[in-house]
Design a protein around this ligand. Structure first.
Ligand SMILES: [Zn+2]
Length: 262
């Protein structure tokens, strides 16, 4: 039985996620940037909330935490290294730590770059080890990546490279709906990528219908996300960085995205 995952739109373009291990009823909520819509969804499912999982300390990912703890008695899990900036943690997670979530396992991956102690959660179902669910906050987005607020390009590149090496069937649930803007930038640096063109059309259709573009998969990102394609000869040629180290190509892409007006 796979976990049930519900997308909960929050604030302007944030996504929070409700995770239910159907075998045990164990329920978690990832990144409650506001409490109201999260609480509504939790109540609609019977009012159980065991865990709040926090990817990083930014207000649009944590602001609803205290209210949800008060309403449902949930415990809070986040990076031990960032305990001083996160809401009070009941479970301070070390890098690489694996904990039981009902019959699922949650692996904490350190993904610094957007913030110094950003983490991603890899939720593994023992029956489907090759197809885990990745909650990656503001590190990896659909066809994009987070801004570098507290890390350099090299640091962020290493975090993304680690995520890119996860199984292709890994589903990606990221912190924001930025996909359309990301896809337009991607096409500007990778215009001959047929997979990317097809995906942009699909994303335009989904957004026109007001539907989310998550989840993506690691396999789809490897094909269409320029920040995971820094070894691609066409992208390198376009940037004039044919023989540069991967982190340097990544840095040039990130910089170009920061000033891109599609
Ligand atoms: Zn953030």
């Amino acid at each position: 039985m796979t976990p049930t995952i519900e997308i909960v739109p929050l604030l302007v373009d944030n996504y929070g996620y409700l995770i239910v291990d159907e075998a045990t009823g164990t329920t978690g909520f990832v990144d409650p940037g506001e409490a109201g819509p999260a609480a509504e969804r939790i109540r609609a499912r019977g009012g159980r909330l065991d865990w709040i999982l926090l990817t990083h300390h930014h207000g649009d990912h944590v602001a609803g935490t205290t209210e949800l703890v008060r309403a449902f008695g949930a415990r809070v899990a986040g990076a031990a290294a960032d305990a001083a900036r996160l809401p009070a943690l009941d479970r301070a997670l070390a890098e690489g730590e694996v904990w039981d979530f009902g019959r699922l396992r949650v692996r904490t991956l350190a993904t610094p770059g957007h913030t110094r102690h950003h983490v991603a959660f890899l939720v593994e179902d023992p029956d489907r080890p090759a197809a885990p669910d990745l909650f990656c906050g503001d590190t990896l987005f659909v066809m994009g990546c987070g801004r570098l607020f507290e890390g350099d390009a090299e640091t962020m590149w290493r975090s993304l490279a680690e995520l890119a090496a996860l199984p292709g069937e890994t589903r990606i649930w990221c912190g924001h709906e930025y996909t359309l803007a990301n896809a337009r930038f991607a096409l500007s640096v990778d215009p001959d990528n047929a997979a990317l063109r097809a995906r942009l059309a699909e994303v335009e259709r989904l957004r026109a219908e007001g539907r989310p573009t998550v989840p993506s998969t690691i396999a789809a990102e490897r094909l269409t996300n320029p920040f995971l394609r820094v070894e691609d000869p066409a992208i390198r040629r376009r940037l004039g960085l044919e023989s540069a180290p991967a982190a340097e190509v990544f840095a040039a892409l990130r910089k170009a995205k920061d000033t891109f007006r599609g």
